[in-house]
Design a protein around this ligand. Structure first.
Ligand code: MF3
Ligand code: CO
Length: 255
């Protein structure tokens, strides 16, 4: 079942979106060479706590994870494209890091991810990040009343695959609200003009992930959570929680 949200409910989700953005800003600031993923997770936990919010990811156990999620953020480094566990790994110069965070306030969830470089950036990583952000922007732009769900994936794959990057389509976006994962599934790659009609009040997380090697294959890491590029190439992943309104898409995961 797809639940449409009222303006008041969307305003409530805007508060959890602000917490997600605050976590991302703090983690980005702290993510220097030598800092461990676990330390970043502890920082994120503090930011969420101090905001009076809850951590959506912690203890969450979807069918695609081997065990309940042990952290409050996903920290995906280099060839890990999604759901990287906050391990004791210490960041190295030139690493590419994606930070995915979910938070809830008054029972309303928001979910968002950013990707950035640590230390001296590689030019090819900056390009991958830029195109991944452009891919998300194209998806958001297509999230308008009267459109179809497939328009979002079509807009995104046109940008991402059009630039020669690989895009997996098993892990994509999702409805979000009282639960972090709600219907509908929001594909990263889809045919235009297909899928459910987009209506005001629909709130979705849109989250494309791109792989530098150009292939669409991935594999599950031995930790039972991390999703890794099939060819070992680097991946970038960005996500916003977006409300579809009469006036068009509104991004909720911002400060
Ligand atoms: N944004 C990711 C997703 O929707 C976050 C999931 S991490 C988990 O798949 F721990 F909550 F599973
Ligand atoms: Co998500």
């Amino acid at each position: 079942m797809i639940e449409l949200k009222s303006a008041g409910e969307i305003a409530a989700m805007r508060e959890s979106g602000r917490v997600v953005a605050a976590v991302q800003a703090a983690v980005r600031e702290a993510a220097g060479v030598g800092v461990s993923l676990k330390e970043l997770d502890e920082l994120a936990r503090t930011v969420i706590q101090e905001a009076g919010a809850g951590a959506s990811f912690f203890g969450y156990h979807p069918s695609f994870g081997a065990m309940p999620y042990p952290g409050v953020i996903c920290t995906s480094v280099n060839g890990v494209i999604l759901h990287g566990l906050p391990s004791p790994y210490r960041l190295r110069d030139g690493d590419l890091l994606s930070v995915d965070c979910g938070a809830f306030v008054d029972g309303w969830h928001a979910d968002g991810a950013v990707t950035f470089t640590v230390g001296q950036a590689r030019a090819e990583d900056l390009k991958l990040i830029r195109v991944t952000e452009e891919t998300l922007a194209a998806g958001i732009e297509a999230a308008v009343p009267g459109g179809r769900l497939g328009d979002i994936g079509h807009a995104m794959s046109t940008v991402g695959r059009g630039a020669g990057y690989g895009m997996q389509n098993d892990f994509g976006g999702h409805g979000i609200g009282r639960a972090m994962h709600e219907s509908p599934f929001v594909p990263n790659v889809a045919p235009r003009g297909r899928g459910m009609r987009l209506r005001p009040g629909l709130v979705i997380a849109i989250e494309p992930s791109l792989m530098a090697g150009g292939g669409d294959d991935y594999f599950m890491g031995s930790d039972g959570w991390s999703v890794c590029s099939g060819d070992g190439s680097r991946g970038a992943h960005v996500e916003h929680t977006v409300a579809i309104t009469e006036d068009g898409p509104v991004i909720l995961t911002v400060l």
